[in-house]
Design a protein around this ligand. Structure first.
Ligand SMILES: Nc1ncnc2c1ncn2[C@@H]1O[C@H](COP(=O)(O)OP(=O)(O)OP(=O)(O)O)[C@@H](O)[C@H]1O
Ligand SMILES: [Mg+2]
Ligand SMILES: [Zn+2]
Length: 525
């Protein structure tokens, strides 16, 4: 009969257990020092070894050669415990036996000495499901336990166990297992099964369990059923609906370039391949989390479930961004994930979400932003440093802009005139800066544009081209002749919060004449 891998490879001794080192050591010491408590609580994530350790512990206590930290595995007690038929090791599933009657029976049973073995071990699974009356009955037993009983309460939700019980037990918390150890365990299992797998496939499976060994091993079963004797990463990924680092990387590339167009391509490709958009959003959030952790750790870290090679890829992907950028993207991707859960239009939501990330952009630290502004630095310091009567005082910006526009049109350079219309211009004594969306950048960078701009300025200036998304209307607002009147300050809850923001305040101190015109909540665009 076929036995699923998780059960076939249930650890039978402490040596086979991965992670949970602290638990192994403590229990081994308790056994060798003969300090056995009557109550234990094993808590922690599902599939991390609670039931397995409870059974190993029962073997340690009841092995013919014991009590011993290294049970023989051959005697009647050992073999019966593994097969679940030992008289004195009683497993109770509290999910289905949670009532007072069951606990009364249990109390009865507790009073009798073990039939054959040293201890009567009660392993209670899903212990948090026991009713409160039943807990009371259990409490009585724990208050005056016969010397031969040991209770092991296993639970994924230890906070639901009454404190009166907790205080009479030793508690062990089982951790999510370590990525590298899990990969090694699966490698070993596959060797026993005569199956090969590439390193990436193992990494995908290890991640699929999200820290639960059982879930990873179930995924492994599924992969073997689907792919046969040789597991290949791409197939395993498709099977489990996971996404490769490359496909997640296309989002980060687009963000690094500020490229909205690419985001539509990403979504189109997902749709074309019939991938789940919800799942993609979830993986994306996880990806940003990993990028952030790798960025902060600055080297290989156990906090990310990824192989050393994958961690390098992550580090490279994180390089163009700051911690703040990544934190913002993580937040936006979590919002996106949440929105997608209930969305009837997942494609639209995903597209909007990804565009929002592009728009949220890479915020420059304020000092860097100021340095980039060149002439108009804090308090006009650079302007002050210029000669009091510059030989060629800059003509007003509007003039330069319209002169340049006229010159470009006259020279039939309509694509350059068009690019100018879509850009914002700022001018200082020795520099003119044009800021435009990325699609116009290559036009503005043409030598002809620079030459025309210099000619229109009528003095030696540096022409600087910058890329930034400009909202419709903004470029026109700085167009010649249109002088907007001071807008009333925005109001509303979002505006109040924005105006109270320390960064905004700093800007206002540095640019006392600046006004906040609109406050846009990126969340309800
Ligand atoms: N720490 C571990 N080392 C090796 N294998 C493990 C470990 N934890 C779990 N496994 C594997 O996962 C299977 C399930 O483990 P176990 O039943 O002990 O988990 P659990 O913590 O009791 O889970 P649950 O909370 O769902 O009851 C085992 O049969 C074994 O194959
Ligand atoms: Mg269990
Ligand atoms: Zn034995």
């Amino acid at each position: 009969m076929y036995q699923v891998i998780a059960r076939k490879y249930r650890p039978q001794a402490f040596a086979e257990l991965i992670s949970q080192q602290h638990i192994k050591t403590t229990l081994e010491n308790a056994i060798t020092q003969n300090r056995i408590a009557h109550g234990y609580i094993f808590s922690g994530q599902r599939g991390t070894g609670k039931t397995s350790v409870a059974r190993i512990f029962a073997r340690c206590l009841n092995c013919e050669q014991g009590p011993t930290a290294a049970p023989c595995g051959k005697c009647a007690s050992c073999t019966e415990i593994s097969s679940g038929s030992a008289m004195d090791v009683i497993e109770i599933d509290a999910a289905s036996n949670r009532g007072i009657n069951e606990m009364r029976e249990l109390r009865e049973s507790v009073r009798f000495r073990p039939a054959r073995d040293r201890y009567k071990v009660f392993i209670v699974d899903e212990a948090h499901q026991i009713t409160s009356e039943a807990f009371n009955a259990l409490l009585k037993t724990l208050e005056e336990p016969p010397e031969w009983v040991v209770f092991v309460l296993c639970t994924t939700e230890s906070h639901k166990i009454p404190s009166t019980i907790v205080s009479r037990c030793q508690q062990f918390s089982f951790r999510s297992v370590d990525f590298a150890e899990l990969v090694a365990r699966m490698e070993w299992i596959l060797a026993q099964e005569g199956i090969t797998a590439d390193a990436d496939a193992l990494a995908v499976l290890a991640r699929a369990g999200e820290g639960s060994v059982r879930d990873s091993l179930s995924a492994l079963d599924q992969a073997i059923a689907c792919c046969g004797k040789n597991l290949v990463a791409a197939e395993v990924r498709t099977l489990l609906g996971m996404f490769s680092l490359e496909s997640l990387g296309s989002v980060t590339h687009a963000l690094a370039e500020g490229n909205s167009q690419k985001m539509f391509d990403v979504v189109a490709e997902l749709e074309a391949n019939g991938r789940s958009l919800q799942h993609f959003a979830r993986e994306l959030a996880r990806h940003f989390r990993n990028l952030l952790v790798v960025k902060i750790a600055g080297g290989e870290t156990r906090l990310v479930a990824a192989s050393p090679a994958e961690q390098q890829t992550l580090a490279q992907a994180a390089a163009p961004f700051t911690e703040e950028d990544l934190t913002r993207y993580l937040q936006l991707s979590l919002d996106l994930f949440r929105d997608l859960q209930s969305s009837l239009q997942p494609r639209l939501h995903l597209e909007i979400g990804l565009l929002r990330m592009v728009q949220a952009g890479k915020l420059l630290p304020i000092e860097e932003a100021l340095a980039n502004l060149g002439g108009s630095g804090p308090g006009g310091a650079v302007v002050k440093a210029a000669p009091p009567n510059p030989p060629a005082a800059p003509p007003p910006a509007g003039d330069l802009r319209s002169r340049l526009h006229a010159a470009l049109s006259e020279a039939k350079l309509t694509h350059l005139a068009d690019a100018l219309e879509h850009s914002q211009m700022t001018e200082s004594p020795n520099e003119v800066v044009f800021t435009a969306p990325k699609m116009y950048q290559m036009f503005l960078k043409e030598p002809e544009f620079e030459a025309q701009a210099k000619r229109a300025a009528g003095r030696p200036v540096r022409v600087v081209i910058k890329v930034a998304e400009i909202k419709v209307g903004e470029a026109a607002e700085s167009a010649p002749g249109i002088k907007s009147k001071p807008a009333p300050p925005p109001d509303g809850e979002a505006a109040t919060r924005a105006l109270a923001n320390p960064e905004v305040k700093r800007f206002q101190e540095i640019f006392p004449d600046a006004q906040v015109r609109t406050v846009r909540n990126l969340k309800d665009n």
